[in-house]
Design a protein around this ligand. Structure first.
Ligand code: FES
Length: 224
C-alpha cells in the first residue's frame, strides 16, 4: 500500500546531512560552484560558437544580387548564328567576374519552347554541363564543342553527344523599351524539353527525378 504520509524532505542542506552543509543553506557551496562554472562555460562557448556559425552559414541564406545588363541593339543579333557577348556574372571583382554568353535572335522555326517576354533572344551560357569547362561555338558545324571531354551541343544548346547531363544553361533576355537595348538577366537551367529551372551546377541532370535530387542552391533560387 502506498505511503500517504511520506515524509517531506527538508530543503535545508543541514537537515539532509549533506557534506559541507551550513545552517540555513538550501544549496551547498559545492553544488553552487559547480552550477556557476557550468553556466559560465556555456556562456563562453556560445560567445565564440555563435559568431563563427553565423559567419559560416550566413552566405547560404543570402540571395546573390543580380541585375539586367545591356548587351546591344536588336539589330546586333540574327537568327542564323550566335554573337559572343562578354557579360558580368559576379559584380565587383573585375575580370574574374566576367564570362561570355552566346546570343542570337529567337527563330520560331526551331525554337519550339513557349515564347514569352524573356526569350525573344536566345542567350546560352558558355559553361559545359558536364564539369563546367567553357564551350566554343563552331559556326561551320553549328555545334558547341567542349574541349575537356568531348561534349557536343547542337545549335540550340541541346546535348548532341558526350558526357554533359543537360542542355546548356540560358539567360533571361528582354527588351528595355526606354533604351531600346536588349538586356540579359539572370541564368537559368533547362531540362531536355527546355523547361526552365532555377540555376543548377554542372553535372546535375534535370530530367525525371534529377530535378528533386539536385535542388537549386538557396542563394540563387528566386528568379523572375
Ligand atoms: S567539361 Fe565539357 S565534356 Fe567534360
Amino acid at each position: 500500500m502506498p505511503d500517504r504520509h511520506k515524509q517531506v524532505q527538508s530543503k535545508y542542506t543541514a537537515d539532509r546531512n549533506m557534506p559541507g552543509a551550513f545552517e540555513g543553506e538550501t544549496v551547498n557551496r559545492r553544488r553552487f560552484m559547480t552550477a556557476t562554472v557550468h553556466g559560465a562555460g556555456a556562456v563562453a562557448a556560445t560567445a565564440f560558437t555563435l559568431p563563427a556559425l553565423g559567419f559560416a552559414l550566413g552566405p547560404i541564406f543570402s540571395r546573390l544580387p543580380w541585375s539586367w545588363q545591356a548587351i546591344g541593339k536588336p539589330s546586333d543579333f540574327v537568327e542564323t548564328t550566335y554573337v559572343i557577348k562578354v557579360i558580368t556574372i559576379v559584380e565587383g571583382i573585375g575580370e574574374a567576374g566576367k564570362s561570355i554568353a552566346y546570343v542570337r535572335t529567337r527563330d520560331p522555326a526551331i525554337d519550339t519552347e513557349p515564347e514569352d517576354q524573356y526569350n525573344h533572344w536566345i542567350a546560352l551560357s558558355s559553361r559545359c554541363m558536364h564539369l563546367g569547362c567553357p564551350v566554343r561555338f563552331v559556326a561551320a558545324a553549328e555545334r558547341f564543342i567542349c574541349p575537356c571531354h568531348g561534349g557536343v551541343y547542337d545549335f540550340r544548346g541541346m546535348v548532341a553527344g558526350g558526357p554533359p547531363v543537360r542542355p546548356l544553361d540560358r539567360f533571361y533576355t528582354r527588351m528595355n523599351k526606354t533604351t531600346g537595348l536588349v538586356e540579359l538577366g539572370p541564368r537559368y537551367s533547362v531540362n531536355s524539353e527546355l523547361q526552365r529551372f532555377s540555376p543548377r551546377d554542372p553535372g546535375e541532370p534535370l530530367d525525371g527525378i534529377g530535378q528533386y535530387l539536385y535542388p537549386s542552391r538557396f542563394d540563387t533560387a528566386k528568379r523572375p
